[in-house]
Design a protein around this ligand. Sequence first.
Ligand SMILES: *[C@@H]1O[C@H](CO)[C@@H](O)[C@H](O)[C@H]1NC(C)=O
Ligand SMILES: *[C@@H]1O[C@H](CO)[C@@H](O)[C@H](O)[C@H]1NC(C)=O
Ligand SMILES: *[C@@H]1O[C@H](CO)[C@@H](O)[C@H](O)[C@H]1NC(C)=O
Ligand SMILES: *[C@@H]1O[C@H](CO)[C@@H](O)[C@H](O)[C@H]1NC(C)=O
Ligand SMILES: [Zn+2]
Length: 342
Amino acid sequence: MAPPKSLLLTLLPLLPQVSAWGTLGHDTVAFIAQSFICNKTRAFAQNLLNDSSSSYLANVATWADTYRYTAEGSFSAPLHYIDALDNPPTSCNVDYERDCPEEGCIVSAIANYTVRVKTASLPLIERQKALKWIIHFLGDIHQPLHVENLEIGGNTIAVSFNGTSTNLHHIWDSNMPEKLIGGYALEDARNWAASLSTEITSGKYKSAAKGWLDGIDGADGVKSAMVWATDANARVCDVVVPEGAESVRGQELDGAYYDAAIPVIQLQIAKAGYRLAAWLSLIATGEVKMQKKHFGRMVARNGEDVMVREVRESQGLEEWMVEARRVRRAFGWNCGAEGHKH
Ligand SMILES: *[C@@H]1O[C@H](CO)[C@@H](O)[C@H](O)[C@H]1NC(C)=O
Ligand SMILES: *[C@@H]1O[C@H](CO)[C@@H](O)[C@H](O)[C@H]1NC(C)=O
Ligand SMILES: *[C@@H]1O[C@H](CO)[C@@H](O)[C@H](O)[C@H]1NC(C)=O
Ligand SMILES: *[C@@H]1O[C@H](CO)[C@@H](O)[C@H](O)[C@H]1NC(C)=O
Ligand SMILES: [Zn+2]
């Protein structure tokens, strides 16, 4: 259950800073998914989460960003991203063997928690946590700077936005979506989700949306998550830093940069919500059944999931890649931006 608004407002300054799509992005992804999942999937999620409200997915969409700040949850901090050791803007790509280190990454986490949420022998609390992570990570993996190593996902590229000093990662997470929508309350997310859902059902995304489920395979979380990660990572080369990091460093990006980024942000949020609906359906029913469209049976054999790879240190990394990983571990997972607490 969400705390009452007055309580939330009181607590807000005390909450740790979240990274990855801010609250607005994650809640919007959750509401889009809610609008597409079928009744059986909704019942599955509402039961497991013990929440029959009209915001049952949105209510837990940012839990993972709070949990990772707790002592118990700190191990999950590196699971919010995969640091693709590629070379933007010349070449963008994600390589699971190269980029997912032994502490895990968002791709291994999606695979792991997809298996765990379906494992009936696990304690209820573990299956609940698995579902909450899936809801959150399906959002994060669509943020281009969560699938990119460059300058720690853009965290160390200082920029300004509407006169405020921040960094490139943060404006993709929060400043740009919030400028577009004008707020980050639950109702802002609900409204943004309604408009993007309409674009999927009958608007500008209608013809493309079916292709958004290409490569989805309920029996292979790594393969499916790699499709989504690769899709978002490509935007690093063509929209996030098309002329390289130096062309944006120190610049005011609330202008032409914002105008170019917004269509991509909207598209990525829409894809994330739609794919989350499909993924939850695969988990709950073994097939992709959507509320407003029916795509028939998809690949999914419950109980025969391919387990994630053995965790081990990657072999054969180039020296700069080893150094990039060392820098990331030293930096941690927190956002570089100060003073923007949501
Ligand atoms: C799904 O649930 C809604 C609301 O509870 C209900 O009105 C609708 O008939 C259900 N649809 C199907 C196909 O069962
Ligand atoms: C489910 O939620 C209700 C009310 O929010 C609460 O009273 C109940 O204890 C919860 N059940 C479980 C199993 O957590
Ligand atoms: C899967 O998740 C559990 C619970 O968070 C964790 O203990 C385990 O190490 C994870 N396994 C892999 C392979 O990621
Ligand atoms: C941009 O900055 C101006 C001047 O500080 C402020 O009045 C305005 O509200 C800001 N716009 C947004 C969208 O934050
Ligand atoms: Zn996150």
